[in-house]
Design a binder for this molecule. Structure first.
Ligand code: NAP
Length: 314
């Protein structure tokens, strides 16, 4: 069934960001087909994609697939790291291959990456022009993940490509908040370590809207390239803790010691929580993207259900 605006194919679209994006796209007249490891209606498996290619009226391709890096039940072993790596790089490659093979190309290929591309720092401020992508496992992963979405030169000129380097996505039902909600609700929340490390964040609604903005980017000044997917006001981990606890009307005095996270997650991946980057969404703002949740207090109030932005479509 093809909808008024065409079809968007979303790899890993069953997850936290994918579910929000799918419902936003459907509200805007698109039909959505998910590429998933699990069968279901309006879904393709990765094997179907390799064998049958993209659907005929495919307007846009998005990839959000990736093994959950912060899964607390999985140890940070070489095997798990390999899974984290290949679930991102191979799925981007599979979708790039399907686009290359399609008789009628989609207009745009939008993929996600992470702000782990930029080196954690208490003082540096990063934009899309800043260097990075070459200093540890996660930054190297971002480089390979982004590169895996490249299309052959003769196609790059006809299919717009957008990469969204995402900060920590805040919303109910997934990501970091899903893990923090219960401890914070019981008043057991607190800053991580010193709490001074920056926490580059974005509200789930704005994340879905940024993908939608990228998909419709042809109308929006032929938008392409790297976009930092973060809110304009980065906060410290301590300020986030204060804001989230206050939205829940709970205290949050109990700091989470660094050694506990290092033991539970392994130092290399605990860095996502124990360190951070001050990242700015320079290009999104230049291109006229309007954040519904630019500040952490309004985002936290929306997450706990106290006050949603009147224009929040989700
Ligand atoms: N949430 C955040 O704060 C955040 C921040 C930065 C970057 N990102 C990136 O954005 C993407 C989406 O994030 P999310 O929070 O929506 O993640 P999510 O809820 O974990 O969803 C990711 C989807 O990827 C698919 N997947 C999982 N493991 C896979 C594997 N081994 N091979 C192939 N597919 C696999 C799953 O779909 P099926 O089970 O249907 O196959 C899953 O629904 C991820 O790549 C993530 O790294 C997220």
């Amino acid at each position: 069934m093809s909808a008024r605006m065409g079809t968007v194919v979303i790899g890993g679209g069953t997850g936290f960001i994918g579910s929000a994006l799918s419902s936003l796209l459907k509200r805007n007249g698109y039909s959505v087909i998910l590429v998933s490891r699990m069968p279901g209606p309006q879904r393709l498996s990765w094997t179907d994609l390799a064998n049958e290619g993209l659907p005929k009226d495919c307007k846009a391709v998005v990839n959000l697939a990736g093994q959950n890096v912060l899964d607390p039940t999985r140890r940070w072993t070489p095997g798990f790291k390999q899974n984290v790596w290949s679930s991102r790089v191979h799925t981007n490659k599979a979708l790039a291959k399907a686009i290359t093979a399609a008789d009628k190309k989609p207009e745009v290929f939008v993929t996600v990456s992470g702000v782990g591309y930029y080196k954690p720092s208490l003082t540096e401020e990063y934009t899309e022009d800043s260097p990075g992508g070459n200093f540890d496992f996660l930054s190297n992963l971002c480089t390979e993940w982004e590169a895996a979405a490249k299309l052959p030169a003769e196609i790059e000129s006809s299919v717009r490509r957008v990469v969204i380097r995402s900060g920590i996505v805040l919303g109910r039902g997934g990501g970091m908040i899903q893990q923090l909600y219960i401890p914070f609700w019981f008043g057991l929340g607190g800053p991580v370590g010193s709490g001074l490390q920056p926490l580059p964040w974005i509200h789930i609604t704005d994340m879905a809207r940024l993908f939608h903005f990228a998909i419709e980017g042809k109308e929006n000044k032929n938008l392409q390239g790297i976009f930092n997917g973060v809110a304009p006001n980065v906060v410290s981990n301590k300020d986030f803790t204060k804001s989230f606890a206050s939205a829940l009307r709970r205290p949050a005095f109990i700091p989470v010691p660094l050694f506990a996270l290092n033991i539970a997650f392994g130092e290399e991946r605990a860095k996502i929580m124990t360190e951070g980057q001050n990242v700015k969404p320079k290009r999104a703002l230049e291109m006229g993207f309007r954040f519904l949740y630019p500040d952490i207090d309004s985002a936290c109030k929306a997450i706990v259900g106290v006050k949603k932005h009147e224009e929040d479509p989700l």
